[in-house]
Design a protein around this ligand. Sequence first.
Ligand code: NAI
Ligand code: MG
Length: 342
Amino acid sequence: MSASTKIPATLIPGDGIGPEVTQSVIEVLDAMGSPFEWDYQLGGMAAIADGGDPLPKATLESIHRTGLALKGPLTTPVGGGFRSVNVRLREEFHLYANLRPAKTLIPGGRYENIDLVIVRENLEGLYVAFEHYIPIGDDPHAVAMSSGVNTRDGSRRIAEFAFDYAARNGRKKVSIVHKANVLKALTGVFLETAQQVGEKYKGQVEYNDRIVDACAMQLVLNPWQYDVIVTTNLFGDILSDLAAGLVGGLGMAPGANIGLHAAIFEAVHGSAPDIAGKGIANPVSVLLAAAMMLEHVGMKDQRTKLEAAIDRVLNEDNVRTGDLGGKATTKEFTAALIKRVG
Ligand code: NAI
Ligand code: MG
C-alpha cells in the first residue's frame, strides 16, 4: 500500500513488556505490507514520566482522529493512585463491547480444540465503581458500599453485538450468563433484554442462559458446550481470564474493545514487570489482537494469513517463548514469523 492509502492508527507501546511485544507487531505487519500508518502516542507510566498525565491529551486526540488503536499493556497501581487508564479509555470512546476469543493454538495442552468467544459488556455493571465507605466510631472503613448500573439500552446494545457477531461468524449458540437469581434487578434486566434480542435471531442463532457460578464450573468440566458467551462487565472480566487459561494462558489471549466510533485492540495480559526488558515476552497475544484489527478494517484475508503463520511458527517450526515451554526470545519468534508471512 502506498503511504497515501494507508489507514491511520494510533499505537500506544505501553509499559513493561509493551514496547517489546508491540515492536514485534510492527515488524511482522511491515513484512505483510502493513495497511496501517502508525501514530505513536504515550500512555501509562511512560506518559507519567513524560508529562505527568497517564492519559495525555495528545493520545486522546489521536484516537479521536483515527478511531483505531493498538495498545500495549499499561501499568495501573493497585488501590490508590490514578484511575485505571484502560477504564478511562473505554469510557471516553464508549467502547461498550469487549470481544475476547479463546482458541487452542497449541495441541497437547490440558484442553484441546477450544474455540469460544466471550463478549463482555464493557461500560456498565459494578465497574461504574459508585463506591463509598461509611465510617463507624474510629473505623473509617467500617462499611463499604458499591452500586452497579445496568441499563436496558446498554444490555440491548451488547446483546445485539453478541448475536450479530455469532450470526456473521457462523456461530451456532449464544449463552447469556448472569446472576439473576440473586441480583434480580441488576442482572435481571440484562437477562430479560438479552433474551428479547435472542428471540429476534431465532432460526439463525440459538440461545440459552446460565448462572455465572455454574458457567464457571462447566467451563472447566466441559468448555466445548460453549460457543459465544455474552455477559455483564465483572463476570466477563473473570470468565475471559478463565477462558484464556483453557488455551495456554495470558500469552495466547487477544482482546478488542469496540464502540460505534472507535476500537482499541490489545492483549489480555498486563505489563509483566517480572520479565520486562529481558526480551523473552511472548508477542502472540498482541499479534492476535493485531489480527483482529486487520479484520476490523475489512481485511479478513490478512487476519487469516497472520493467524495461519503464527500457527505454523508455533507448531511446525516449534519456535516458542519460555511461557510456552520454549527457548525463543521475542526477537527470534518475530524473525521466524516474518519468514512465514513474507
Ligand atoms: P500480567 O499479565 O502482567 O502478568 C501475569 C504473569 O504472566 C506474569 O508472571 C507475567 O510474566 C506473565 N506474562 C504476562 N504476559 C506475558 C507474555 N506476553 N509473555 C510471557 N509471560 C507473560 O499481570 P499482573 O502482573 O497482574 O499485572 C502487571 C501490571 O499490568 C499491573 O500494573 C496491571 O494493572 C497491569 N495490567 C494491564 C492490563 C492492560 O493494560 N490491558 C491488563 C492486565 C494488567
Ligand atoms: Mg481482567
